[in-house]
Design a protein around this ligand. Sequence first.
Ligand code: S3P
Length: 186
Amino acid sequence: MLSKRASSTRHAHATPDQDLRPIVLVGMMGVGKSTIGRRLALRLGYDFADADEEIEQAANMSVSEIFAQFGEEYFRDGERRVISRLIEQDRIVIATGGGAFSEAETRDLILERAISVWLDAPIDTLVQRVARRDTRPLLKDRDPETVLTELMNKRRADYSQASLRVVSDNGPHERTVGAILKALQS
Ligand code: S3P
């Protein structure tokens, strides 16, 4: 007999009206898509995939190396292919890289097949958070606040096409996870 916990997580039988489509987190660099996505997947009993990590594994190179050696267009192509594979699966939370949803083909794939959640945060929060990692090629050698502001201005209209928008503020990640779960239910 399954324990209550196991039966209420990923092995539970789905009811016919349950929405099992992948949940795809989109939004700017530094907003917390990967950290929040992992926690959200745990809460739902879903699998989790980080699209950037999947691209790195497939290429056996880091995102920075791919940008440096082959350029952004090549990276976007790999990103689209990885995301199109991942969204074939039900019961999965996918964290995408910040630019994925601004690529028309990738965005269309996500909009057709998944529930998309735009994780949004003010620029100053993003600036604080990106400072924790120096592995992002688009922030290399430039002022992060300037780059993030430019990118946000370019991408806002794309992100706003997501099925849901949830603000990821400076509070604990669990609060944002709770806000996503609530938005998914409404
Ligand atoms: C990018 C964001 C990065 C990564 C790549 C490009 C972007 O992912 O995909 O460096 O264009 O915003 P994160 O959003 O996880 O940092």
